[in-house]
Write a protein that binds this ligand. Structure first.
Ligand code: NAI
Length: 473
């Protein structure tokens, strides 16, 4: 089939590459000329494991092309995916300007029956706005070309996107209940058939429910995280271990183990904005989603949890102190810095006068851009941040090491070596990566989230700077 993708980001590029890989003829269009030039030259604008190879082999086979020529791109597709960004607007609602701009281009250039697929995460009712925008453009040029708008939200996870796309747990298809909707559904079923070979994973529903499903899924996952983070903070106060509690409740099949990890808050391009957008949708419909209000507030506070522990340990004035940071991306296996907890923690340390040396296996370039933007008005603070390309280099001479992303490379460091390079052998772990005992044996004072405090685990460690004060979470 001929497929067009509008927007070559994490979702568009993965969708285009995976659909080309099963034999479709895919044309990917983006307004960002640099991004398209990079892709045309065999480069990769994002880090996603396995994507480079799939793009290369399908480009080589002539099934995957990249363009900034919007007309040619739209004319190419029997199915046109809209996979552009839907960032948070000022009031928290999803900003639909890119989606509607894409819809306008489709209406301007489509020449035959076209299935228009909303792949971007969009609020309930957006398909109707996309339909109206296309219809308006068709009317302007007197075209009677037919089309149908389908909602097909994406559930891939950055870092595992290829696997998620090609072996999906479910494919949600929201189609109109009319003849054109039926025609669109048949085409979409054919397109996705190769991913449904062993058992049918497609869930058919109406368009509005499909749009809602994506927000409901992300809101549920964010809720689990904030819930566990709040319990972790209580576990610290009452002397329980949140990791033992996690195993204890995860074994209940009604609860399950996924998304029960306490940490330094959720980030990324989806959860924060989708939680806000769903709250906004509720507000516009005269309902308040009180649980999600709490989820969001708990998360904002949790992004500060390590900063609070650091200040409790070293005092409010961090002038003359330096901290090593491992992990900048919002999660492992991606270079995505959007809403990453590292941005909040590092800004807070700099605000308190500290110096920071930070390392990430793949996100350094993105991090450079993110911190330059965040600290645009604070050049002096920015000058105290160094991004380094070596893990141990970040820790060298630091008053403490702070771990923010659970990259594999951070999971079993040489603790003795780490203790030697740090000025003070102290680790603040925002992802509960380590066994407290292993660090205590290496003489490292260890602070994690919701687990027995440093006072218990560091009893046998050499502790610089006097006794560790009790933390208030
Ligand atoms: P992204 O920001 O990585 O990519 C968006 C791309 O669209 C950019 O390359 C941009 O230049 C391009 N673009 C913007 N306006 C355009 C236009 N009018 N015409 C052509 N190209 C245009 O975004 P990402 O992360 O791929 O997200 C896309 C959508 O998918 C969002 O709605 C997001 O919520 C959703 N989503 C994202 C997931 C993720 O893990 N990143 C997972 C599931 C859904």
């Amino acid at each position: 089939m001929n497929v067009t993708i509008i927007g070559c980001g994490y979702v568009g590029l993965v969708t285009g590459a995976c659909l080309a890989d099963i034999g479709n003829d895919v044309c990917c269009y983006d307004v960002d000329a640099n991004r398209i030039a990079t892709l045309e030259q065999g480069g990769m604008p994002i880090h996603e494991p396995g994507l480079r190879e799939i793009v290369a082999r399908n480009r080589g086979a002539g099934r995957l092309t990249f363009t900034t020529q919007v007309r040619a791109a739209i004319e190419h597709g029997d199915i046109v995916f809209i996979a552009v960004g839907t960032p948070s607007g000022e009031d928290g609602s999803a900003d639909l300007q890119y989606v509607l701009a894409a819809a306008q281009e489709i209406g301007r250039y489509m020449a035959r029956f076209t299935v228009v697929v909303d792949k971007s995460t969009v609020p309930v009712g957006t398909a109707e706005r996309v339909r109206a925008t296309i219809a308006e453009q068709l009317a302007l040029r007197g075209s009677d070309a037919l089309f149908s708008v389908v909602s097909n939200p994406e559930f891939l996870k950055e870092g595992a996107a290829i696997d998620d796309f090609t072996r999906p747990e479910r494919i949600v298809l929201g189609c109109d209940d009319d003849a054109l909707g039926e025609r669109a559904r048949e085409l979409m079923k054919r397109l996705y058939a190769p991913f449904n070979r062993n058992h049918e994973r497609t869930l058919h529903m109406d368009v509005r429910s499909a749009e809602f499903t994506k927000y409901a899924a992300n809101a549920m996952l964010a809720t689990r995280i904030s819930f566990m983070n709040e319990l972790a903070n209580l576990a610290e106060r009452v002397g329980a271990d949140i990791d033992a509690v996690r195993r204890g409740i995860g074994s209940d099949s009604r609860i399950g183990y996924h998304f029960l990890y306490a940490g330094c808050g959720y980030g990324g391009s989806c959860f924060p904005k989708d939680v806000h957008a769903l709250m906004r949708t509720a507000h516009e419909n005269e309902q308040e989603l009180r649980i999600l209000q709490a989820v969001s507030a708990v998360n904002a506070a949790q992004k500060q949890v390590l900063a609070r522990k650091i200040v409790a340990r070293f005092g409010d004035d961090l002038n003359g102190r330096s901290f090593g940071v491992w992990g900048l991306a919002f999660k492992p296996e991606t270079d995505d810095m959007r809403e990453a907890p590292s941005r909040v923690l590092i800004a807070t340390l700099l605000e308190h006068g500290a110096r920071v040396a930070a390392y990430d296996p793949v996100a350094l370039e993105e991090a450079k851009r993110a911190f330059a933007a965040d600290l645009d008005s604070k050049p002096e603070a920015l000058s105290r941040l160094t991004l380094v390309d070596d893990q141990m280099e970040a820790a060298k001479g630091a008053d403490a090491l702070v771990v923010l992303t659970e990259w594999k490379a951070f999971k079993s460091p040489d603790f003795a070596g780490l203790a030697r390079v740090l000025k003070h052998p102290i680790v603040f772990d925002g992802r509960n990566l380590y066994e407290p005992l292993a660090l205590a044996e290496a003489g490292i004072e260890y602070h994690s989230i919701g687990r027995p405090g440093a006072s218990r685990t560091a009893a046998r460690s050499k502790r610089p700077g006097g006794p560790v004060p009790a933390f208030s979470a």
